[in-house]
Structures are given as structure tokens and as C-alpha cells.
Design a protein around this ligand. Structure first.
Ligand code: BG6
Ligand code: MG
Length: 213
């Protein structure tokens, strides 16, 4: 297989910020009296902040104006950022550094492809601010996953053709995005159950990247 670059999703693949996203949305939903649980939360994986809010508001009794929505998204992000303040390199998920180092040893390019506008902040907090060859994130795209835009942008920054890229994702929306972009995809965590993924693993600690690429 001609894999020349691996593009990693951030939330839920490199670091378990997905739990903090849940806690922050849960606080907003509870304050607004809207039903929200972990199962509904699974639909927010890989999806942008405003689209996530729309999914939550589907269960609201009242209609929200655009200004109210922007305000709720801002409050959610402020709380989420407070939670992120505790992040450190110790929060990097199991197996991640082993895989990243194996890729570096083999001269395979590595990038981040994340819908999150907090990507630069998170990478700094976990000590990987200048570790990747390219970073494409929610600040640079119009369409979030399942649209392939963020992965295609990462490939472009690396100067590698999409068909030579492998994406690592924990979201069904991210698996779809990678495939739509003509890339192969390794589903981990929640996406390890996604049958459309080219490869699947519980987490990166059980992956020998040299067997895949
Ligand atoms: C994705 C997360 O990585 O980023 C989503 O999986 C999140 O849950 C999205 O909504 C946007 O994140 P942020 O940090 O810009 O609110
Ligand atoms: Mg994710």
C-alpha cells in the first residue's frame, strides 16, 4: 500500500477532549432544560460547534434566534476552554506517541485534520505544538466532516495526493469524510465499530503501523 502521509483527527484520537466536549454541552443543555445524554453526544463527534448546537437544540421546546445560538456556543466554548486548561502531555491517548514516532522514523508525513477551532490551543497544551508536518483545522474550513474539506486541506499542505493518505478517526462523520476525499481510514475508539473503515482498532496501542502501511 502506498501510504505517504497519515492525517490524524485530534479530539478522541490524539487526546480525550471528547469527554470535555460532552461535559460542556451537557451543562448548556441542562441549563436550557433540554434533554441530552451520551448517546446523543455520539452524533456530535467530528461535527462543528454550531452544527453540534443545532443537533442539541432539535430537542428544545422553544425556538432560538441566531444571536441566542451564538451566545450559547460562546458559553459552551468558554466552559470547554476552562476544562482544557487542565490538559497536559499526560492526556495524550494510549499508543499515540508510539505510532507517531514509528511514522517519523519511516519518514512518513504526519498531519492533523480536525474540525476544532481550538486545535492550536490543544496542541500547545499537550506539548505537540510544532510536532506535526501540517495542521488543518476548524479555523480554515467552510464545511466540517463528513465533508472531506479538512482532510483535503491537510493533504494539500503536505503536498501529498489524497489516495496516498491514511486518516485516523474516532467519528463516523470523519470516516465518511476520509472516504469521500479518496483516502483510506483507520477507525479507532467509537469508529472501531464502523464497517466502512478500511482498518479498525480499539485504540492506537494495539496498532502496529508497519503492518498497515
Ligand atoms: C471536533 C469534535 O473535533 O471538533 C466535535 O469531535 C467538536 O465534538 C468540533 O464539536 C468543534 O470543536 P470546537 O473546539 O471548535 O468547538
Ligand atoms: Mg474525533
Amino acid at each position: 500500500m502506498s501510504i505517504r502521509a497519515v492525517i490524524f483527527d485530534l479530539d478522541g484520537v490524539i487526546v480525550s477532549t471528547d469527554e470535555y466536549h460532552y461535559q460542556a454541552w451537557k451543562k448548556i443543555a441542562d441549563e436550557e432544560g433540554i434533554y441530552f445524554d451520551r448517546e446523543i453526544n455520539e452524533n456530535l463527534r467530528g461535527v462543528s460547534r454550531m452544527e453540534s448546537l443545532e443537533i442539541i437544540l432539535k430537542r428544545a421546546e422553544k425556538q432560538y434566534s441566531e444571536a441566542e445560538k451564538l451566545n450559547l456556543a460562546q458559553i459552551k466554548n468558554d466552559f470547554y476552554r476552562e476544562l482544557l486548561n487542565n490538559l497536559s502531555p499526560a492526556d495524550i491517548l494510549t499508543g499515540v506517541m508510539k505510532v507517531l514516532e514509528q511514522l517519523k522514523e519511516r519518514n512518513i508525513k504526519i498531519a492533523i485534520g480536525s474540525s476544532s477551532k481550538n486545535t492550536p490551543f490543544i496542541l500547545e497544551k499537550i506539548g505537540l505544538g510544532s510536532y506535526f508536518d501540517a495542521v488543518a483545522d476548524g479555523n480554515e474550513i467552510k464545511n466540517s466532516k463528513p465533508d472531506p474539506e479538512v482532510f483535503l486541506l491537510a493533504a494539500k499542505k503536505l503536498n501529498i495526493q489524497p489516495e496516498d493518505c491514511l486518516v485516523v478517526e474516532d467519528a463516523d462523520a470523519g470516516v465518511e469524510a476520509a472516504l469521500a476525499g479518496g483516502m483510506k481510514v483507520l477507525g479507532v475508539g467509537f469508529a472501531s465499530n464502523n464497517e466502512k473503515a478500511t482498518f479498525r482498532a480499539k485504540d492506537l496501542s494495539v496498532v502496529d503501523i508497519n503492518e498497515i502501511i
